[in-house]
Design a binder for this molecule. Structure first.
Ligand SMILES: *Cc1c(COP(=O)(O)O)cnc(C)c1O
Length: 438
């Protein structure tokens, strides 16, 4: 086993940022600006990402470098300059934090109504740490799972990671989830997410998973994770790797699907032999691995990259699942790929892969009313339009029914679109209901 396989996990945080930026060859002023961005957006990485994934000879343009390191132009220049001045003047931390919070508030920290909508209730009591948006699926955010082995610069949950209590929601009460599931027999799938569920040690994750095994109606337990990309040792050489795999086996032997929802952004994340053995071990437990990632400008906005990634995943025994559109939060302007372009990249990649890889769906926007897939661009009755459909919807009656939006080459999100051949989208209230709720 090489060194990377035997070292214990240790996070690199903003304390280590300046040293790492020097390694990327950034000068004093550039490093100061990046540190200014890192007062607003969370930074965290680790030795595996730094030593095994990043191509330092290509930094700061290397895609994996861009995936984890803040860039100075991710935020408005005036904000960066003001924060850089505060850092340079060694201003009190409280002052820097106040300014950082002001900038954060401009970045739509809670996309898709994360705080207000989807809050499940037992009786009238809201249940913290859960979201129930689609009838059959509940999301659960375990308290100890609210971080990751490394942060992605584009993460839509960035607001949870910046240490502001208002922006956090999580639960350590699995009993509450179990009670909720007994009251809601329509729920067949629990998705443990965060953060990264696999940041939790085996005894902790066991406390969350074991009580779910007794919930008869549950068909699947899903684990949202990027650990296979950022810390594959979690499943191979970490001290609790074997115990974790035994827990997975216990789930599959109980007659439920343990679905690993693995986040892979770039094919390089699949190259290490450690990943290969981690994947084999997980599959050996009877779990399935489905893969998903958003399309990010300058990191993976390329058709050959996606088809290569899906093919490699297939060979390794994983199932391509979703290609997402970058959400409307954080440095979205920096990373957004227009819907028209994302669709072309998806189509070009999809058209070259075998049917076994065509389990993937996208490009998909996880928006307030549901998951909207861009099926294509068509000309209908002389008008150029986007053809769309809901893969998932808050209102299940909307699923699988095509609808149309006026073509707009610069639109990057559902909220940029306007209906075509209709005066409202199917997910918008009708004229009468709109008047009643106005
Ligand atoms: C994608 C998603 C789910 C899971 O949906 P599936 O289509 O079943 O994978 C659940 N909740 C939210 C908020 C989602 O975006």
């Amino acid at each position: 086993m090489n060194q990377a396989g035997t070292r214990r996990f240790r996070a690199y945080t903003s304390k280590h940022l300046d040293d790492l930026l020097q390694r990327a060859g950034l000068g004093d002023e550039e490093r100061l600006k990046v540190r200014a961005v890192a007062t607003v957006l969370p930074f965290r990485t680790n030795a595996y990402v730094v030593d095994e994934l990043i191509d330092w000879s290509a930094a700061p343009d290397d895609p994996i470098y861009r995936l984890v390191f803040p860039q100075e132009d991710m935020l408005p220049a005036a904000d960066v300059a003001r924060l850089a001045d505060l850092l340079k003047a060694e201003a009190p931390n409280a002052e820097i934090q106040a300014e950082a919070n002001r900038v954060r508030a401009q970045l739509n920290p809670h996309p898709a109504g994360q705080m207000e909508l989807n809050v499940p209730r037992i009786g009238v009591e809201p249940v913290p740490g859960m979201q129930h948006k689609y009838p059959e699926t509940v999301l659960f955010f375990p308290k100890q799972g609210q971080t990751c082995h490394a942060y992605c610069t584009y993460c839509f949950r960035w607001a949870q990671f910046v240490g502001d209590a208002d922006l956090k929601f999580a639960s350590d009460d699995i009993g509450q989830l179990v009670r909720y599931l007994h009251e809601h027999p329509e729920v067949t799938s629990v998705l443990i997410t965060g953060g990264d569920a696999m940041i939790m040690g085996e005894p902790v994750i066991r406390r969350y998973i074991e009580p779910l095994l007794g919930v008869e109606q549950l068909e699947s337990i899903r684990i949202g994770t990027k650990a296979l990309a950022y810390w594959p040792q979690r499943f191979t050489t970490d001290p609790d790797a074997d115990a974790t795999l035994e827990l997975f086996e216990q789930v599959t032997e109980s007659g439920k699907n343990l679905a690993f929802m693995a986040h892979f952004t770039h094919p390089r994340e699949l190259e290490s032999p450690l990943v290969e053995s981690a994947v084999q071990r997980i599959l050996g437990s009877g779990a399935t691995i489905r893969t998903q990632a958003p399309m990010i400008r300058s990191i993976n906005d390329d058709a050959a990259l996606w088809s290569g990634m899906w093919r490699r995943q297939l060979r390794m025994g994983m199932i391509p699942y979703y290609m997402f559109v970058e959400r409307d939060t954080g440095p979205q302007d920096y990373f957004a790929v227009p819907l028209a372009r994302a669709y072309e990249i998806f189509r070009d990649a999809y058209s070259t892969i075998s049917g076994l890889c065509r389990t993937v769906r996208g490009p998909s926007m996880s928006a307030t009313p549901g998951k909207v897939c861009v099926d294509g661009v068509a000309e209908i009755a002389g008008e150029k339009v986007f053809v769309l459909h809901f893969i998932q919807a808050r209102d299940p009656a909307l699923v699988g029914r095509p609808f149309f939006a006026r073509y707009d080459p610069s639109a990057v999100w559902l909220t940029d679109l306007r209906p075509a051949f209709a005066d409202r989208f199917p997910f918008e209230p009708t004229g009468e209901a709109a008047l009643l709720t106005a």
